[in-house]
Design a protein around this ligand. Structure first.
Ligand SMILES: [Zn+2]
Length: 94
């Protein structure tokens, strides 16, 4: 029971599928943009990748439309932005 947010009573927690915790990003690696917060994933931060779709390949798009298996495009995100786990993220939340 959630007394503060009754609209969530009985709701199941959202489970987001990601590729697991990776990192920390070593020094010298090019920074990538987190697809969740749009800030850079930089040296020392932990990250994961999320499946986002079939991409722009026409054959893969066709397979996706037909419900057939296709290679999945993954994009990087801060681990904290996906899971809420800030324990080692070095991500400043303001
Ligand atoms: Zn982020």
């Amino acid at each position: 029971m959630n007394e503060n947010r009754p609209e969530f009573e009985g709701a199941q927690p959202l489970r987001i599928t990601c590729t697991g915790k990776m990192g920390p990003v070593p020094e010298g690696f090019a920074a990538a943009e987190c697809i969740v917060c749009l800030r850079l994933i930089t040296t020392g931060q932990y990250f994961t990748t999320l499946p986002v779709g079939c991409g722009d390949n026409p054959e893969n798009r066709s397979r996706a439309r037909m419900g057939a298996p296709f290679p999945i495009v993954f994009r990087a995100a801060h681990f904290a932005c996906v899971t809420g786990d800030e324990s080692e993220s070095m991500l400043s939340i303001v």
